[in-house]
Design a protein around this ligand. Structure first.
Ligand SMILES: C[S@@+](CC[C@H](N)C(=O)[O-])C[C@H]1O[C@@H](n2cnc3c(N)ncnc32)[C@H](O)[C@@H]1O
Length: 182
């Protein structure tokens, strides 16, 4: 996959330019760069990974390609409480599959979203893992998990074929807005 594929996968989940997002398990930034491209200058992206080395590489790529986007790098474990402000969106690309028990973390992450905020997930469309992708979740599994963890409106954004585990999908889910009175 190249930058155009990364943009293609998530673009229908990223509504408007700007806003404050976090990319969790951002690695060398394949999807952080796509997010920066789509959100544009004026956006703030919190780029979180537990590996400081990959974030250094990501920073170099970001500064070369999208210098006007404000990216705040944070070395942290997203399975633990995170120090982040209320967010317009969360992106998790190929990172949730490292957690076996996903629900407790997911519920904590949903609470970081503003009402109406978005969670964009990119994952392999498979439920059986291997040593590199230990606990993947198919789109159908994600739909159920998202609902159990307080998200709504889950929909498939796009898929691309993958020689590794068959297919990659991107999905969008929303944190509900409070119901109006009366
Ligand atoms: C397969 S890479 C994906 C990187 C990028 N999101 C992408 O799609 O190209 C997974 C990344 O998630 C990070 N990661 C895995 N579990 C994590 C955790 N609990 N907290 C923070 N980062 C984590 C790893 O360090 C790695 O950089």
């Amino acid at each position: 996959m190249d930058h155009a594929d990364h943009v293609y996968l998530i673009q229908n989940g990223i509504p408007a330019a700007g806003g404050e997002w976090a990319d969790l398990g951002s690695g060398q930034g394949a999807f952080t760069l796509a997010l920066a491209d789509l959100l544009g200058p004026g956006a703030i992206i919190h780029s979180v990974d537990r590996d400081a080395g990959v974030l250094r590489a990501q920073r170099r790529a970001m500064e070369a390609r999208f210098p006007a986007v404000s990216v705040r790098y944070q070395v942290a474990d997203f399975a633990q409480p995170l120090d982040l402000p209320p967010l317009d969106g969360l992106l998790m690309a190929n990172s949730l599959h490292f957690l076996r028990d996903k629900a407790p973390t997911l519920r904590r992450l949903v609470a970081l979203l503003k009402p109406g905020g978005r969670l964009v997930l990119v994952e392999y469309n498979a439920d059986r893992g291997n040593r590199w992708v230990p606990y993947p979740l198919s789109y159908e599994t994600w739909r159920g998990l998202a609902e159990r963890c307080g998200l709504e409106g889950t929909r498939l954004l796009a898929t691309v074929p993958s020689r590794f585990l068959g297919e990659i999908y991107a999905a969008l889910s929303l944190r509900p807005r409070p119901q109006g009175r009366g």
